[in-house]
Design a binder for this molecule. Structure first.
Ligand code: ZN
Length: 353
C-alpha cells in the first residue's frame, strides 16, 4: 500500500465513522407513555425492582431496546419500561402541528390552583372551576399547560384533570344505523399470534385495534358485537360459531401480519367467496391504505377457517406487518387505532352506499 493510498483509506474510514455517528443521532426516537402510570424497573424484566414511575402521555426518549423493554431516563432515574405501553411520536417539535391528535383536559375540582409554570414553586395566578374544559398545550412531569379564555397560558397539576381527544377530524360518513357487525380480534389468551420485531404480541395489537373499530362503528350508528373483548383464547370454530349464533351483516376478523423478511410491508385484506365478500374486502383495503399511508396490494383470496366456514359476509384484515420496523412506526403511532377504525367505518359505509 502506498502512503497516498493509506492516507485515502484512513480519510475514508474517518468519513464513514462520522456518517455512522450522524445516522445514529438522527435516528433518536421519541415516544409517549400510554398507560395511567408506568413502572420503571431496574432491569428489563417484570420481576425486577420498581425504581420509579412515569405518568400518562409523558414524552420520553428511548436509548436502548431489549425484548419488549426500553431503557429510559425520567426525573433523573434510569431504568426499563415495557414497550407495549408506549407509542411513537415524531419528537417535540411536531407537537403543535399534529392537530388531529390534540387533547382537551377537564378540571375535576373547583379551586385547583393555576400557576405560571409546571410546579408548585411557580406563582399562583388563579383557580380553576370543576367541569371546565381547556385545550392541552403541553404536558410535563405531571403538569398540563392550558390556555385560558383570555389567552393566558397557565399550568395546572394533571392530578386534578381528566383528558380526552379533541378536534378529531371527521370525514362525512354515511350512517351505519340499522347495521350490525361482528368484530373478531385475532388470537388471544394462550395464543399470542405473531411476534413483532421488538417482541410484542399480535393478540394485544388486534384487541386494541378491534376495540377502536367497535367504538367508531357504534359512533356511526351501528350495533357491534365482539368475539372477545379481553385476553381470551378462542378457537377458529368458536369464532365461527359466534358468527352463526348472532345475527349480523358482516364478520370482520382483525389481524396483523408477520414475515421472516423484515422488508414485507402493508395492508392486506382477504375474502373467501367471490362477489360481495370480495367487493367489501377491496373497499376496506382502499380506505385503510389511504388513511394509514401503508402500501396495499389489493384484496386477495384467503383460505382461512374463519372465512371459509363463516355463514356471513366475512373478511379478514391484516393491519400491517409487525415484523417490519417501517410498518411498526405507523402501527405504534398514537393515532393508529383511531385512524384504522375511521378507515373501516368509511369502508363499510362506502360499501353500503
Ligand atoms: Zn393473526
Amino acid at each position: 500500500m502506498t502512503k497516498q493510498l493509506l492516507v485515502t483509506a484512513l480519510l475514508l474510514l474517518a468519513l464513514l465513522g462520522q456518517n455512522h455517528v450522524k445516522a445514529y443521532a438522527e435516528k433518536q426516537e421519541f415516544f409517549k407513555v400510554g398507560a395511567t402510570s408506568l413502572n420503571i424497573r431496574s432491569n428489563p424484566d417484570i420481576h425486577s425492582e420498581v425504581v420509579g414511575s412515569i405518568p400518562n402521555r409523558t414524552q420520553i426518549s428511548v436509548t436502548e431496546e431489549q425484548h419488549g423493554w426500553v431503557k429510559v431516563t425520567y426525573n433523573g432515574k434510569s431504568g426499563w419500561i415495557a414497550s407495549q405501553f408506549i407509542y411513537q411520536t415524531e419528537g417535540q417539535e411536531t407537537k403543535h402541528v399534529r392537530k388531529s391528535t390534540s387533547h382537551n383536559v377537564t378540571v375535576k375540582e373547583t379551586g385547583v390552583r393555576l400557576r405560571t409554570g409546571p410546579g408548585t414553586g411557580y406563582s399562583v395566578v388563579g383557580t380553576a372551576e370543576a367541569g371546565k374544559a381547556y385545550q392541552e398545550l403541553n404536558r410535563t412531569n405531571g403538569w398540563v399547560q392550558i390556555q385560558l379564555t383570555g389567552g393566558n397560558k397557565v399550568w395546572i397539576s394533571s392530578t386534578y384533570t381528566t383528558s380526552s381527544f379533541a378536534d378529531k377530524p371527521s370525514s362525512p360518513v354515511k350512517s351505519l344505523s340499522g347495521r350490525t357487525f361482528i368484530i373478531d380480534a385475532g388470537h388471544g389468551g394462550s395464543d399470542p399470534g405473531a411476534l413483532s420485531f421488538n417482541g410484542l404480541q399480535e393478540k394485544d395489537f388486534t384487541l386494541r385495534a378491534s376495540q377502536a373499530i367497535a367504538l367508531s362503528l357504534k359512533q356511526a350508528g351501528a350495533q357491534v358485537m365482539m368475539t372477545r373483548n379481553g385476553d381470551e383464547f378462542l378457537t377458529p370454530a368458536g369464532r365461527v360459531s359466534f358468527s352463526s349464533r348472532h345475527s349480523a351483516d358482516v364478520f370482520i376478523s382483525i389481524h396483523f401480519n408477520a414475515f421472516t423478511n423484515p422488508g414485507a410491508r402493508g395492508i392486506s385484506t382477504y375474502y373467501y367467496t367471490n362477489g360481495s365478500d370480495r367487493d367489501l374486502a377491496a373497499e376496506l383495503e382502499r380506505a385503510l391504505s389511504r388513511k394509514l399511508g401503508l402500501p396495499n396490494d389489493g384484496a386477495k383470496f384467503g383460505d382461512y377457517y374463519v372465512l371459509r366456514e363463516n355463514p356471513k359476509l366475512a373478511v379478514l384484515i391484516e393491519l400491517g406487518f409487525i415484523t417490519s420496523r417501517d410498518d411498526m412506526s405507523v402501527i405504534q403511532n398514537r393515532s393508529f387505532n383511531e385512524l384504522a377504525a375511521d378507515a373501516v367505518t368509511e369502508g363499510l359505509s362506502g360499501y353500503y352506499q
